[in-house]
Design a protein around this ligand. Structure first.
Ligand code: HEC
Length: 134
């Protein structure tokens, strides 16, 4: 009887020890900064065609049907001069906060609310550059 009791006590002790996590050679620490969500389902090209092409044109030439009557005309992303005169920060700001925020026409509305992160706007800016002609 006492043997059974003793073996029960022993097995419960060793049982507890075996549930301890093993010592890891490298301490695993969770990231302290929130990681920017990977916009894997974000399609910059599709977003451009929906939001921007009506004015800026399907190929970015500034010749969309809704832009034809505008003054000033929508910017042409195909024009190398457009890119020569602006850096990414200005282009990003114009998209996010509107033309007026970079000293341009307020007809270019702020589109920041259409994006979940600045990273998505960066992807859109990269897409605009694909329209650039040499
Ligand atoms: C209602 C028509 C319209 C739509 C829709 C529109 N834009 Fe524009 N956009 C304009 C006009 C007009 C200008 C020219 C402003 C000027 O030259 O003063 C412009 C200018 C710009 C510029 C240049 C700003 C600068 O520094 O000169 C960028 C970049 C731009 N648009 C990006 C976009 C993107 C990206 C979208 C879609 C998310 C978009 N636009 C949607 C009308 C539009």
């Amino acid at each position: 009887m006492s043997t059974v009791f003793l073996s029960l006590v022993l097995s419960s002790c060793t049982g507890d020890e075996s549930t301890e996590p093993p010592d890891l050679p490298v301490p695993v620490t969770p990231p302290t900064e929130p990681v920017e969500p990977v916009a894997d389902d974000f399609d910059a090209a599709a977003k451009y065609q929906t939001l921007c092409a009506p004015c800026h044109g399907t190929e970015g030439k500034g010749d969309g049907p809704a832009g034809a009557a505008l003054n000033p005309e929508p910017a042409s992303f195909a024009d190398p001069a457009f890119w020569a005169e602006r850096d990414d920060a200005q282009v990003r700001k114009a998209i996010k906060e509107g033309g007026a925020s970079v000293g341009k026409s307020p007809i270019m509305a702020p589109f920041g609310n259409n994006f979940e992160s600045d990273g998505q706007i960066d992807q859109l800016v990269s897409h605009l550059k694909t329209f650039r002609s040499e």
